[in-house]
Write a protein that binds this ligand. Structure first.
Ligand SMILES: Nc1nc2c(ncn2[C@@H]2O[C@H](COP(=O)(O)OP(=O)(O)OP(=O)(O)O)[C@@H](O)[C@H]2O)c(=O)[nH]1
Ligand SMILES: [Zn+2]
Length: 365
């Protein structure tokens, strides 16, 4: 596709990257201070790449040496204030604006807060391939994560051309995706792509397992082959991990595609609210359980178990709910354990410090 078919002028302005009234409002004090607005494209330790009205800049992330004033690390999608370059210093990240939404993954790293994978996403497209057997548990997991982020999820069924009855599959997936549109698409035939373009809003993330067709969809939205796609490896239908793309890309039809490798394999992190939305029908029924803290396992007067009994909710759906709750509790306990270890380490440091002080004083006496 030729450049002339693009809606955007080259180079892009910040508006092409999603800058809006709310951003301008949040940024106002920084503008008065002479800082420049930017959106983080990718962040590494010590520096980041950010897009500004003057193009893409590399900015230093200060503060590693100065813990007290250290910024919380920026991530792809963050809106930021940069201190402009001077004659002897490059641009410096001064502040990260408050995040409207954030996709978070639980992590075993030192930060107890889980790793922010992407910020300020408006729409999470959960991609599900119709070319392989449906795995509802995985869809529910991704939907919980999407709801938890604060963004609006939409389920995009891909490879409809490889499925005998795509509408039936869509109906089945709709059952596990309350509050979410379920679109049927095929990159091969072009089915559903117009609807998809219309539904995707603002900053978009494509979530889904390897081989689900994310890169292919991304390329369709972009109108060109900028995302690496891979031929499916073999009969098991699993693609290889081939998406090497790591950027924030304005789409010709409006909106911005955010794609980072970290979004590939994700767990849940404190997705309690997300779970409740993702299993809205269970949450609703739970209000009729006899006990307010009913776990819907074997309690008497459990409205959820009654609904399963009556065939209104599939047993698999309840099992999936319990499974995700357990994972969530585990992630939370791991975070708590981390906090405890940190607190104990801090206490030890103080004790050591006090002991040294007393020893010093004793020597002085
Ligand atoms: N038949 C058919 N194949 C498709 C369709 N969309 C994608 N594929 C194929 O599915 C394979 C995987 O697609 P990708 O777009 O690379 O999948 P991905 O989700 O980006 O995978 P990773 O990059 O590994 O995360 C490729 O061989 C695509 O050509 C479709 O609508 N129909
Ligand atoms: Zn119950």
């Amino acid at each position: 596709m030729s450049q002339s078919t693009f809606r955007h002028a080259q180079p892009y302005s910040l508006a092409d990257y999603g800058w809006d009234e709310a951003c301008a409002h949040a940024f106002a004090p920084h503008r008065d201070a002479g800082l420049i607005p930017a959106r983080i494209v990718r962040a590494e330790r010590g520096s980041c790449e950010a897009v500004t009205d003057a193009g893409i800049l590399r900015a230093e992330i200060p503060g590693a040496a100065d813990q007290k004033n250290a910024l919380s690390p920026p991530c792809t999608g963050d809106w930021a204030a940069l201190r402009p370059a001077t004659t002897n210093h490059g641009p410096v990240l001064h502040a990260v604006l408050e995040r409207r939404t954030a996709l978070v993954r639980s992590t075993a790293s030192r930060t107890s807060r889980g790793q922010v994978l992407a910020a300020n996403i408006d729409t999470v497209a959960v991609t599900v391939s119709l070319g392989t057997p449906l795995k509802h548990g995985r869809t529910e997991r991704m939907l919980s994560l999407a709801w938890e982020s604060g963004a609006q999820p939409v389920v995009v069924l891909t490879k409809a051309d490889q499925c005998a009855d795509a509408q039936l599959a869509a109906a089945e997936v709709s059952e596990v995706a309350p509050g979410t549109d379920v679109l049927v698409t095929s990159a091969a035939t072009g089915l559903g792509l117009d609807t998809l373009t219309a539904v995707l809003n603002g900053t978009i993330v494509l979530l889904g397992p390897s081989g689900a067709g994310k890169s292919t969809l991304g390329n369709q939205l972009l109108g060109e082959d900028r995302l690496a796609t891979a031929a499916v490896r073999d009969v098991d239908g699993k693609g290889r991990h081939t998406t090497a793309w790591r950027e924030l890309i304005p789409l010709p039809g409006g909106g911005v595609l955010l794609d980072t490798p970290g979004l590939r394999a994700i767990g849940l992190h404190y997705a309690q609210d997300g779970l409740e939305q993702s299993f809205a029908e269970i949450d609703r029924l739970a209000q009729d359980c006899r006990f307010t803290d009913c776990a819907h396992v074997s309690e008497p007067g459990c409205a959820v178990l009654a609904a399963v009994e009556a065939g209104e909710i599939p047993q698999r759906r309840l099992d999936s709910y319990h499974q995700l709750l357990r994972e969530n509790a585990y992630a939370a306990s791991r975070t708590d354990a981390r906090l405890r270890t940190d607190r104990e380490a801090a206490k030890k440091d103080i004790t050591r410090h006090l002991r040294a002080t007393y020893q010093f004083r004793e020597r002085q006496l």
